[in-house]
Design a protein around this ligand. Structure first.
Ligand code: EPU
Length: 299
């Protein structure tokens, strides 16, 4: 959302090996370590952020397996050769993505190759690492619906391949703890590219009608509360019903389109945004007794 300061150290590895080396180097020096994916769901505070930020942006391979014989655990090795031709009938319907591949590119590539299962994520920004970590998605599907396996970096620096069955993804949480996602294998199904494209078009239209997709935001700020407690009302609706859409701090304003989005309409600072989040939580708690949990990541 274009607020916040800068990192003391910024590391930009090019591939999984460099990424792992960067992480180990930061740990060796005893610096605080943070991972930056697309930054789409993140608010960074003002000033200098101490420690090192490892950015996954350049770790961005995205391809189909060259043969369906390959086990999922091999597919994320940097040596595996790529194939991006359209899928022939009966061929392997998997896609492999390193953590820095963007979600829009993943969704678009699947569509072009005649693969279905990811179109529900159309319009979701960010990248594969963050998307898998947070189980990105919405009404039309979540990323973990199609994850076959994921490669993570453990705190001690070892790589581990986790099959879907070993993971427990939930609403907006991939269930991987603090481990870094290096990449993932997605199992999709074959469909006509035109049919997938048409569904994407429909979803995007609905999304654009309800959300300020082209404005500077960090996506939904709050998690939707337990429907039993909120009478089925989403966070955005609660904010609207409590009059929160009228609130602002400086150039940080609550979106008129959707009460769960804060948008930066010019020169907002992170302080403005954090202040507005606190105001909204207080307002909703006062009026309804519901404590909204924050969904965006904050540094
Ligand atoms: N509503 C209002 N006023 C508002 C906003 C919403 O009354 O200002 C009502 C809507 O009319 C609707 C209900 O609240 O009846 C739910 O709203 P919406 O359909 O927009 O979905 P949401 O629950 O607010 C979730 C995800 C979004 C995702 C959409 C669409 C969360 C916190 N948000 O929003 O994800 O795009 O569904 O699938 O789960 C994100 O995580 O950053 C995000 C944007």
């Amino acid at each position: 959302m274009r607020v916040g300061g800068h990192a003391e150290w910024l590391l930009e590895p090019r591939d999984p090996d460099e990424l792992r080396a960067a992480v180990l180097a930061v740990r060796e020096r005893g610096l605080e370590l943070r991972f930056l994916g697309g930054g789409a769901n993140l608010i960074v505070r003002d000033g200098v952020l101490p420690g090192a930020v490892v950015c996954t942006e350049r770790v961005q391979r995205l391809f189909r397996p060259d043969t369906s014989e390959r086990p999922s655990s091999e597919l994320l090795d940097p040596s595996v050769s790529a194939d991006v031709a359209p899928v022939e009938r009966g061929r392997d319907p998997r896609l492999v993505a390193w953590c820095g591949a963007t979600l829009p590119r993943l969704v678009r590539t699947a569509q072009q190759l005649g693969l279905t299962g990811l179109e529900g994520l159309v319009g979701v920004p960010g990248c594969v690492g963050g998307g898998v970590t947070m189980n990105a998605g919405g009404r039309w599907g979540e990323l973990w619906d199609v994850v076959e396996s994921v490669r993570v970096l453990e705190a001690d620096g070892t790589l581990r391949d986790l099959a879907r069955e070993e993971c427990a993804p939930r609403y907006r949480d991939g269930g991987l703890g603090g481990r870094l996602v290096m990449g993932a294998v997605f199992r999709l199904e074959q469909d006509a590219p035109a049919a997938v494209r048409e569904r994407m078009r429909q979803y995007l239209l609905e999304k654009q009608a309800a959300q300020p997709v082209t404005e500077w935001s960090a996506g939904c700020v709050f998690k939707n509360p337990d429907p039993e407690r909120s009478g089925g009302r989403s966070a955005g609706r609660l904010v609207e019903e409590c009059g929160g859409k009228a609130l602002r701090r400086g150039d940080a304003v609550v979106s008129a389109k959707h009460g769960n989005f804060i948008v930066n309409v010019g020169k907002a600072t992170a302080d403005d945004v954090f202040g507005l989040i606190a105001d909204l939580r207080e307002l909703v708690a006062e009026r309804t007794g519901i404590e909204l949990g924050v969904e965006v990541q904050t540094w």
